[in-house]
Ligand binder design. Sequence first.
Ligand SMILES: C[S@@+](CC[C@H](N)C(=O)[O-])C[C@H]1O[C@@H](n2cnc3c(N)ncnc32)[C@H](O)[C@@H]1O
Length: 257
Amino acid sequence: MRDVAASAASTGPRVLPRNDPRQYDDLAGEWWRPDGAFAMLHWLAEARAALVPPATRPGALLVDLGCGAGLLAPHLAGKGYRHVGVDLTRSALVQAAEHGVRVVQGDVTAVPLPSGCADVVSAGELLEHVPAWPRAVAEACRLLRPGGLLVLDTLNDTALARLVAVRIAERLPTVPRGIHDPRLFVDARALVAECARHGVDLRLRGIRPQVGGMLAWLLRRARATRTSGATSTGRAPRIVSTRSTAVLYQGRGVRKG
Ligand SMILES: C[S@@+](CC[C@H](N)C(=O)[O-])C[C@H]1O[C@@H](n2cnc3c(N)ncnc32)[C@H](O)[C@@H]1O
């Protein structure tokens, strides 16, 4: 497996190590393009938000760890949360703020927020980017109030995940090369055990984009690029449940009182 990769920069490609956070600066213009390099993050954000119930009290707080450009925000609209996002990448946080997220620049392994402040903590497509992911899990659980909800999705530490999410996905025109370092993928059992150590009983389910929708989307996108270079429109693929957690999986768990 190569450990360096070229990231597609708007100002010309530069070579960065896999999972180097500076890739998110190079790709800053992609976050909110529905058919851009981060398209799948939009689909996953919708699926993650579906795990979050409406707030049960005024002023309820949702802390979005590794919030990126705030793609979760539109899917939380009307649920009654104050949405606070924590991320390392300033160029992403600027965009998150433009979408109504209250942003905090910081590392998810040492979050500058008080213990028990959050009704919900979200960690979407984050843990597989954090070398010390158990530390990020400890922080997520620390932030939750008793009875608070943790929702997350990540990539499993399996040969199949490495094949699908790196070797195959990075050959598609829509997935940035080098965005993942497969050595950081998150073993599902270890994640459940780590959450349990911090008082959260995490339940997992495998997820994937719906195949027909994904193929139709790739076709539409290819046609749009060929004809005009324009962004295609049309329904985004849905994220559906799958029996296996071997590639991509969601987790949902409540912090004990
Ligand atoms: C794949 S993106 C996911 C963004 C967002 N959760 C979403 O689903 O749209 C990963 C994000 O995690 C952030 N990130 C990676 N490591 C981090 C760390 N140690 N602390 C804070 N943010 C981090 C990156 O800057 C990037 O915005």
